[in-house]
Design a protein around this ligand. Structure first.
Ligand code: HEC
Length: 200
């Protein structure tokens, strides 16, 4: 073989290697295509589910039915701690199901919701010493609805009378500019005599 032919053959082997893509490039390509498909699929799902959900949300927030509005306000503001089913997290967030506080004095409930609650608390035999955020930014109608909802929720076997927006307005007017949370002791002290919480 002449020197010329050898160089020619070597060059051909080199170009052949270059033409055939290495195996990892195929793997990379497969992963890229798969990711793209997953991405497109999720985008498509999101587009399909969003308009419906937002529509439902607006409808609920505009509702005149306090149970419908209250459920929405509850899911948006309270469920993150007390859970969607109202059972709370033992030792951390007390339950609203089967709670004497929920079914009891509505004024106390309005105070808790407006300004929050902190300090020692025993609910259904479990000890709590935590803090609940205030909801003074919610309207009288929204607070009345959420309290009506938790007090009357048949799924929780609650059936206490509703809370009216006027009741919320009256309590709100008593504490203009209040920013600190209530304690159980303070609530007992301001409660009307006939509605003082039993044994708290
Ligand atoms: C950031 C978490 C959090 C959110 C959000 C929250 N709570 Fe609470 N809630 C608590 C904690 C913690 C306590 C107990 C406070 C303590 O230990 O003194 C409590 C106590 C209560 C109580 C009295 C105890 C009981 O179990 O009956 C009621 C009633 C209540 N919350 C209602 C509500 C309502 C209504 C909303 C929504 C408008 C709400 N909470 C939002 C954390 C939260």
């Amino acid at each position: 073989m002449s020197n010329d032919t050898q160089t020619h053959m070597a060059r051909e082997v080199a170009t052949d290697r270059r033409r055939r893509a290495p195996w990892w490039l195929w793997v990379l390509l497969a992963v890229a295509v798969f990711s793209l498909l997953v991405y497109v699929f999720w985008q498509y799902r999101g587009q399909r589910s969003q308009p419906e959900d937002y529509g439902m949300l607006d409808e609920a927030l505009a509702s005149d039915d306090p149970m419908v509005l209250g459920r929405r306000i509850y899911l948006l503001n309270c469920a993150i701690c007390h859970q969607a089913d109202g059972t709370g997290v033992p030792g951390l967030y007390p339950p609203l199901v089967d709670s004497e506080w929920v079914q009891g004095d509505p004024d106390r409930l309005i105070r808790i919701t407006l300004h929050g609650l902190m300090g020692r608390l025993v609910i259904r035999g479990v000890y709590y010493n935590s803090a609940m955020t205030p909801f003074v930014r919610l309207s009288d109608r929204q607070i009345a609805a959420v309290l009506t909802f938790i007090r009357g929720n048949p799924d929780w076997k609650n059936n206490a009378p509703p809370v009216r927006p006027e009741d919320v307005a009256a309590i709100r007017a008593m504490y203009p500019g209040r920013t600190h949370a209530w304690t159980a002791a303070e609530l007992a002290a301001v409660a009307r005599p006939q509605s003082a919480p039993a044994g708290q």
